[in-house]
Design a protein around this ligand. Structure first.
Ligand code: NAI
Length: 465
């Protein structure tokens, strides 16, 4: 079996949905079925109005519109889709464990194991299983253990094919990735499976960008890539604090070092801190794995990236309180942005959540505007923290659909997400509607500080005096 014509993907989330939509678009000869236990999510992927699909990504609704119903299907019929497919991608969530051994660090592999057991139960013929989720190194051996004991003679090959897309640019990244990584066994059967997946991607990706490795290198490369990316953010953020003390300017420093070709200009933007479902959990996972092998120095080294990120979020909130005369009690603070970055509706681990939590603790009153995040999500994020009652969260935070309304009567504005539209607001109108002195805390270094200062705002940007 080398020519793949039927793919199933378990997990219709931020990775499973877009990656499978792209495979379906580029490979009309492959039937791609994306399954999920979450009925509401599948219904949204099937919504007649393609703009209502559950993941917001520029260009994604067009890709889905082209392939859906032709060779792309979204379904809750998990078992029949697995049984029917030659290749099964596992793209379920792998959050940090919240209980038991490894709590707060290790990846919770409960959903991965459930998938493996489900595949073992329903598979009646040979299949290639592809780890698309980000997994601790050596997870494939656990999946293999479960699958080799089905007792029905089916043969399974396990591949690792981590996803490197970035939310907000997922369609671009999937269309023209820097590389695709496929890890497989060195046995002849393993190599046949690797080739089958290479052939799928080769429908639109140049061969030289499809890297093949052993399974463990592939699994570890994904954790490593996220650790390196997050480390750059924490590195520049750590220096932003030093800039604020020394009158150096972090944007100038970033530009000066980024022109060195060994360093490069990307991922050097100082901010209120990184968020998203991946960086923190993957580094914590790396830290846990290193500790479990007794590598304390390695673990401590990477843990510092998280410690610095937590510090940056706290520091931003504390600075707001300090600049608002050491009290925000009863003051209206307007949040522009709630998503963890622009061009996505994903809010997982968003810095906004933690800054809000800190300010609510100081009894501020927060008004949130985000172009793509719905009210229910904002409350769900705050409720999940468990810092206060649901009622208290709803009393302390209001979510509005108009940015001017969000800022009206506010003591201060905090920019938490770098949405482009914020740059083009009528800032004079906003200034006129606010209490004076009107303060802006730009957590993304997004706005034109000079222009705002000319209007009369007092602006505090990250890493600038
Ligand atoms: P998600 O939480 O958006 O989606 C996962 C989906 O899997 C959920 O809809 C859930 O209902 C479903 N699911 C869980 N167990 C299931 C089961 N047994 N049967 C059927 N459906 C099941 O997660 P997301 O963001 O798509 O991430 C998936 C994996 O991809 C994670 O391991 C993540 O680390 C990794 N990843 C995420 C990236 C991102 O930007 N979000 C980028 C690269 C990798």
């Amino acid at each position: 079996m080398t020519q793949i014509t039927k793919i199933c993907c378990i997990g219709a989330g931020y990775v499973g949905g877009p990656t499978m939509a792209m495979i379906a678009k580029k490979c009309p000869h492959i039937k791609v079925t994306v399954v999920d236990l979450n009925e509401q999510r599948i219904a949204a992927w099937n919504d007649e109005d393609v703009n209502k699909i559950p993941v917001y990504e520029p260009g994604l609704s067009e890709v889905v519109a082209e392939a859906r119903g032709r060779n792309l299907f979204f379904s809750t019929e998990v078992e029949s889709a697995i049984a029917d497919a030659q290749m099964v991608f596992i793209s379920v969530n792998t959050p940090t464990k919240t209980y038991g051994a490894g709590k707060g660090q290790a990846a919770d592999l409960k959903w991965i194991e459930l998938c493996a057991r489900q595949i073992a139960r329903v598979a009646k013929d040979n299949k290639i299983i592809v780890e698309k989720s980000t997994l601790p190194v050596r997870t494939a051996s656990a999946i293999r253990d479960i699958l080799t004991h089905t007792g029905n003679g089916s043969q399974f090959q396990i591949l690792s094919n981590p996803e490197f897309l970035a939310e907000g640019t997922a369609v671009e990244d999937l269309d023209a990735p820097d590389r695709v990584l496929i890890g497989g066994d060195s046995t002849p059967e393993g190599q046949i499976a690797v080739q089958a997946l290479v052939d799928v991607y080769a429908n639109w990706i140049p061969r030289e960008r499809i890297l093949t490795t052993n399974v463990w290198s592939s699994e570890l490369s994904k954790l490593t890539a996220n650790a390196f990316l997050a480390q750059r953010v924490s590195s520049i953020n750590s220096l932003s604090e030093l800039c604020e003390k020394t009158e150096a300017d972090i944007t100038e420093v970033a530009k000066a070092i980024g022109t060195d070709s060994r360093i490069g200009p990307k991922f050097l933007k100082a901010s209120v801190g990184f968020g998203g479902s991946c960086f923190q959990k993957d580094i914590l996972n790396l830290v846990y794995i290193a500790r479990s092998y007794g590598l304390q120095e390695v673990a401590d080294y990477w843990e510092q990236v998280i410690i610095m990120n937590d510090h940056q979020k706290k520091r931003f909130a504390n600075q707001m309180i300090r600049d608002l005369y050491n009290t925000v009690n009863g003051k209206k603070i307007s949040f522009l942005g709630w998503a963890f970055k622009k061009d996505t509706n994903d809010t997982r681990e968003s810095a906004a959540i933690y800054v809000a939590d800190h300010l609510l603790y100081e009894q501020a009153y927060i008004s949130v505007y985000d172009p793509k995040v719905l009210e229910d999500q904002v409350y769900a994020d705050l409720d999940y923290l468990g810092s206060r009652t649901q009622e208290e969260n709803r009393n302390g935070v209001k979510v509005v659909s108009d940015p001017y309304e969000a800022c009206k009567g506010a003591h201060a504005i905090a920019v938490l997400t770098e949405w482009d539209e914020f740059k083009n607001y009528d800032w004079q109108r906003i200034y006129d509607s606010m209490l004076k002195p009107a303060k802006i805390f730009d957590g993304r270094n997004l706005l034109d500080t000079n222009k705002l200062s000319d209007i009369g705002f007092i602006v505090q940007a990250i890493g600038k005096k």
